[in-house]
Design a protein around this ligand. Structure first.
Ligand code: ATP
Ligand code: MG
Length: 474
């Protein structure tokens, strides 16, 4: 864009800001409404260079451009680079339709029903290419079969294509309506996002209530961006959340699982947990735990969950591995104990059977909100089972237990229980810590010196089948 046009565009923007009665402000309930001219920041006035992009994202941008289409990097990657952070991924937006994109790339697959997207696959890296979205108000036009809203105002489909200006309005937060243009390397700022970045403010584009109704997951995203970027949620954007929290009940559990992973594996899990509780959103993710936490504010359960997230954050921030199985095992631990107790009392089940039944119930009920894939629920079950085997150490049992694939996670889980105040486990936990820190001979001595209760029962002859600890299938 020629320099004069840039200056005119900036002037226009300034005038618009001065005249507009609905500019974002921290003090009133105002919000950014319809967007018009973008603020265009030329290459000479911003610090983002192509060397900071993923080479694959650059390839995609150039191939689209050479194919005669417009192509921009958009959203989080531009925002993060402006903040001096390393982007998690690079998203591209173009005026080419998904089918046109597919024709340009052999390594392209089209995905999604709700949002049809092209994925360009480069080994482990995927560059997501979206076609610019348009408006979908015109219910009586042919557009309506491409866009569909539920009775709650939730967008079930959003495959109406449009211009870049319209696309910017469809974005969620002002800090995410930023576009890096591959033609002239300038940044297009449609919603005063650069200013919001400077003020470290997370604010929705448009009327917050409508935008949350269209997609209630934006409530979770508001929290995630505020903690991730060390920003505050603007009052107008924060205000409707508590009241609209129950809209999360309409979100498919598989999508909520994906969002939970983002919230809990971001390195800011503890802050996210605390904000989710404050805004009344947590109960739509983990209702049973939420009730238990409400019943005992500041209690052992809260300490346990908080400490689990503190530890998770520390591991992530030190580039250590974290398994979601551990997180979900911890989030459902107290609901599991409660249900086991109930089943033992109500149905007079022995402990082992009550526990197996409670695991099935707690996991299947929780899957109504957050659909945790089986590979993680199996891991959670193993961690739970091992908690009940730690005290059986006689003979070869301690050794065999320590060789189980989930043993280390289960041991960390017990440490966490002790750290958060389960004093009755301290002695057992110390025993295992010593056991793991000694050599084989030392371990044998430790097992020998255990009292008689820990000797394994001798198997009766006559071949009575041993009970296995295998859980009932989900
Ligand atoms: P990060 O990748 O760090 O989580 P991001 O902003 O890139 O942050 P993505 O989920 O990767 O988030 O989405 C990319 C962009 O798509 C966003 O920046 C935003 O412009 C747009 N977007 C994503 N989800 C929504 C949504 N629910 N409503 C409106 N726009 C959205
Ligand atoms: Mg992203």
């Amino acid at each position: 864009m020629p320099r004069r046009a840039v200056i005119i565009s900036k002037l226009f923007k300034l005038c618009r800001q001065a005249l507009s009665a609905k500019e974002p402000s921290d003090n009133d309930g105002a919000y950014v409404t319809t967007l018009s001219e973008p603020l265009i920041i030329p290459r000479s006035e911003h610090g983002i260079s192509r060397a900071q992009f993923s080479p694959n994202a650059l390839k995609v941008l150039y191939r689209l451009k050479d194919g005669g289409y417009d192509a921009y990097l958009v959203g989080g990657c531009v925002r993060d680079l402006l903040l001096g952070l390393e982007p998690k991924d690079f998203d591209v937006v173009t005026n080419a339709t998904p089918e046109q994109v597919k024709k340009l790339f052999r390594n392209c697959r089209l995905i999604g029903r709700r949002f049809r997207l092209a994925h360009i696959v480069f080994g482990r890296e995927i560059i997501e290419v979206a076609t610019m979205r348009g408006h979908h108000e015109e219910q009586n036009t042919q557009k309506c079969n491409k866009s569909q809203a539920s009775e709650h105002g939730q967008l079930l489909r959003d495959n109406v294509y449009g211009t870049i200006d319209e696309d910017a309005e469809r974005r969620d937060f002002t800090i995410n309506a930023l576009y890096y243009c591959i033609k002239d390397y300038s940044i297009y700022d449609y919603a005063n996002g650069v200013n919001a970045i400077k003020k470290r403010r997370v604010e929705l584009i448009g009327d917050p209530e409508t935008r949350y109704r269209e997609d209630p997951v934006r409530m979770l995203r508001a929290i995630r961006f505020a903690t991730k970027l060390d920003m505050t949620i603007s009052p107008a954007t924060a205000k409707p959340i508590t009241q609209l929290a129950d809209l999360l009940a309409n979100i498919p559990p598989a999508r909520l699982f994906e969002e939970c992973l983002k919230l809990f594996l971001s390195g800011k899990a503890q802050e996210n947990f605390s904000a989710l509780r404050d805004f009344g959103l947590f109960k739509y993710l983990f209702p049973e735990l939420d009730k238990i936490l409400d019943a005992n504010p500041g209690g052992l359960e809260e300490k346990f969950v908080t400490q689990m997230f503190v530890n998770t954050d520390a591991r992530i921030n030190n580039d250590k591995k974290v398994t979601p199985a551990f997180i979900f095992a911890a989030l459902l631990w107290f609901p599991l104990l409660k249900r086991t107790e109930e089943l033992m009392q109500r149905e007079q089940l022995p402990h082992f059977e009550a526990l197996a039944s409670a695991m099935n119930q707690v996991l299947s009920e929780s899957a109504q909100q957050v659909a945790v894939p089986k590979r993680f629920t199996l891991g959670a079950r193993d961690i739970w089972h091992i908690q009940h085997r730690f005290d059986k150490r006689g003979g070869q049992r301690a050794y065999r237990l320590s060789q189980q694939p989930r043993f280390k996670a289960a041991y960390d889980f017990m440490l966490l229980l002790v750290d958060s105040g389960q004093d009755e486990l301290k002695e057992l936990c110390d025993w295992w810590t010593a056991y793991l820190n000694t050599d084989v001979n030392g371990q044998k001595m430790m097992v020998k010196s255990l009292g008689g209760n820990n000797r394994p029962r001798r198997r009766r002859s006559g071949g009575s089948r041993r009970r296995t600890n295998k859980p009932a299938s989900e």
